[in-house]
Design a binder for this molecule. Structure first.
Ligand SMILES: Cc1cc2nc3c(=O)[nH]c(=O)nc-3n(C[C@H](O)[C@H](O)[C@H](O)COP(=O)(O)OP(=O)(O)OC[C@H]3O[C@@H](n4cnc5c(N)ncnc54)[C@H](O)[C@@H]3O)c2cc1C
Length: 414
């Protein structure tokens, strides 16, 4: 598409949030453009064909709270088959590395921790979630590891009230062709300028002026959906400055979660949809999904400081670590059956700088601060602004819809 010099509404970011906003504005009669720094749609939703047999969601994979997830009806409309099998997170254990008795003990300790965390939230004090750990409980490091998978950070960095605000219906489904592929397909009809990095939002004059890698354009309204770490680092700057937005973004940093995909030879000798994890008393551990959708592969997942450490160790470090860990759990023989296909590096990704947002202790209120419009001209969306489905792709999409409706309401008020 030709790059316009003026639009009614500019949307920054073609992730789930930006595309959700663009859908609402389609047919409104307004001129709209989505400005996207990458060369593709989807942002943190990204499906790749890791090999001819293996489809890999490098970012989001699960339709969380699927009974309330707005991407479920969209998937149905777009002809994307939904897999409703329950995830293998608590059962379907492969191997003997984590014997059932130990596993039951761990699950009891974890459930008791979440009950204490819930009780702590009822007091209204926004303390670190780690304060709800039972001192000296032997499972604490593993409970912390689970936090790194869910929140992208250790419990010490996690706000108790933010944890409580998240609405989890415990129903998690998947899209066979990939969640990223679904979101890219959802975005296909939207007017998007790719490879368009926005560096400055100048909202001083009567029209907002955007400086981008493709030139300057002006807009009456702007919806910002860039991830919090980019706002916090001022990779995208406001003029005049908006310290309340930068501070809110800093209170909601993106934690880190990374995935690795390994090809698995002799796959038929392994169960489909299995779960592999060791009973190691460490937080620095991966968790593995054996043969997702029956594919000949193992998908590994790392979170928090350990994921950051592995990214810093360079390309291939996540795959090497996962092969070592899997060999430790299932025996050395499996090494020759595993071959690295792909791994993510979300903390090093210049347009994400992390995986998903968590509120630091004391900062649960920052989501509402970040979401609030400025002077009926600047609007904010993105997973971090969702009041109840933050961290998720559907929360991001719904927030884009909310911001676009705010734009329409502001225009209606004149
Ligand atoms: C490893 C991993 C696993 C995940 N698992 C799940 C899961 O199972 N289920 C789930 O629901 N969610 C999951 N998520 C989270 C989910 O992917 C995100 O919450 C969601 O995709 C965020 O959408 P968004 O639109 O808010 O942000 P993004 O997808 O990050 O979109 C923002 C867009 O803005 C662009 N951008 C940034 N800066 C600029 C700029 N200056 N100029 C122009 N464009 C810019 C970016 O390139 C990006 O495309 C996962 C994420 C990761 C990383």
């Amino acid at each position: 598409m030709t790059f316009p010099s003026f639009v009614d509404v500019a949307i920054i970011g073609a992730g789930a949030a930006g595309l959700g906003a663009a859908h609402v504005l389609q047919g409104s009669g307004l001129s709209v453009i989505v400005l996207e720094g990458r060369n593709r749609l989807g942002g943190r939703a990204w499906t790749i064909q890791a090999s001819p047999e293996v489809t890999f969601d490098v970012g989001c994979g699960w339709l969380h709270s699927a009974d309330r997830n707005s991407f479920v009806p969209i998937a149905e409309q777009l002809g994307f088959e939904i897999n409703r099998d329950l995830p293998p997170w608590r059962d379907r254990v492969v191997g003997n590395a984590f014997p059932q008795g130990e596993r039951d003990d761990f699950l009891r300790a974890m459930d008791a921790f979440y009950e204490r965390l819930w009780q702590a939230a009822q007091t209204g004090r926004d303390v670190p979630a780690s304060q709800s750990l039972e001192p000296d409980n032997r499972w604490n490091p593993m409970i912390d590891a689970i936090s790194t998978y869910i929140n992208g950070c250790e419990l010490a960095d996690m706000s108790t009230l933010d944890w409580d605000a998240y609405e989890d219906s415990n129903i998690n489904w998947r899209v066979r062709r990939g969640y990223g592929a679904l979101i890219a397909s959802y975005g296909a009809p939207c007017p998007v300028a790719l490879n368009c990095n926005v560096t400055l939002i100048d909202h001083f004059g009567p029209r907002i002026r955007l400086e981008t890698s493709q030139g300057t354009l002006t807009a009456d309204k702007v919806i910002v959906t860039a991830p919090t770490n980019l706002i916090a680092d001022e990779a995208i700057r406001f003029s005049p400055q908006l310290p309340s937005k930068v501070d809110a973004a800093r209170g909601l940093p993106l934690g880190v979660d990374d995935k690795v995909m390994l090809a698995l030879d002799d796959a038929e000798t392994f169960p489909k949809e299995g779960n592999l994890r060791g009973a190691t008393m460490r937080t620095a551990i991966g968790t593995y999904h054996i043969r997702p959708f029956g594919q000949p592969c193992i998908e590994g997942f790392f979170g928090g400081s350990f994921a950051r450490e592995l990214e810093n160790a360079g390309d291939g470090a996540i795959a090497a670590q996962s092969i070592d860990e899997i060999a430790g759990l299932l025996g050395n023989d499996i090494r020759r059956k595993l071959k690295p296909l792909a791994e993510s590096r979300w903390a090093s990704d210049p347009f994400a700088r992390g995986s998903y947002s968590h509120a630091l202790p004391g900062h649960a209120g920052d989501r509402a601060v970040l979401a609030a419009p400025v002077a009926e001209r600047l609007f904010f969306a993105g997973e971090a602004t969702s009041p109840e489905f933050f961290t998720t792709a559907h929360g991001a999409r719904d927030s884009g819809e909310r911001a676009a409706k705010e734009v329409l309401a502001a225009l209606a008020r004149g």
